[in-house]
Design a binder for this molecule. Structure first.
Ligand code: GAR
Length: 191
């Protein structure tokens, strides 16, 4: 079974959806731990209730980004993680960290990349008058929201959409897409 670690910063709804999908008997992976960069990330308690190991590393407890990332890296090694899934992990990982996990880190982003890298993606799609929007699962490389796309899901943008309504429509798709994309990654990595 491929060992999956999930990194979060907040509520963790993608983490929960992913962990539930992975728990299905026919899913060829297991979640070895959920790691947050916030001690009070709501998703940690939920992961814990799902009997998943959890830990947190606050940036402010370390003197440098390098030391913070080294602690995260060591924990992932200790968990024997094969694949790292970023699920609302709102921190840019350095090239030095990413180089240790080439093709092993994947991320979900709430836009149809390469459109709308960064934050406030839903508001930007509405303001641009886009007729469709969506989410992307991609490999993480050193450039922010730039790695090769694994899978995307599209939703329509409706004329009366608010940021909240569009966010909710995309999030529903995110919860389906992440598990599907991870399955594809595991399939491709089969020896
Ligand atoms: C999700 O919409 C995810 O795509 C986004 O943050 C949200 C986290 O929600 N990620 C990014 O914006 C990364 N740049 P969740 O904690 O409920 O999964």
């Amino acid at each position: 079974n491929t060992k999956i670690a999930i990194l979060i910063s907040g509520r963790g709804s993608n983490m929960i959806a992913l962990a539930k999908a992975i728990a299905a008997p026919d899913f060829p992976a297991e979640v070895v731990g959920v790691l947050a960069d916030k001690k009070d990330a709501a998703g940690l308690a939920i992961a814990s209730d799902m009997n998943i190991a959890t830990t947190s590393f606050e940036r402010s407890d370390f003197t440098s980004k390098a030391e913070h990332e080294a602690a995260i890296h060591d924990q992932l090694v200790q968990w024997n993680a094969d694949i790292i899934c970023l699920a609302g992990f709102m921190r840019l990982l350095s090239a030095n960290f990413i180089d240790k996990w080439t093709n092993k880190i994947i991320n979900i982003h709430p836009s149809l990349l390469p459109k709308y890298k960064g934050l406030n993606t839903h508001q930007r799609a509405i303001e641009a008058g886009d007729s469709e929007h969506g989410c992307t699962v991609h490999y993480v490389t050193a450039g922010m929201d730039e790695g090769p796309v694994i899978a995307q899901a599209k939703v329509p943008v409706l004329s009366d959409d608010t940021e909240a309504s569009l966010t909710a429509r995309v999030l529903e798709q995110e919860h389906q897409l992440y598990a599907k994309a991870l399955r594809d990654v595991l399939e491709r990595q089969k020896p």
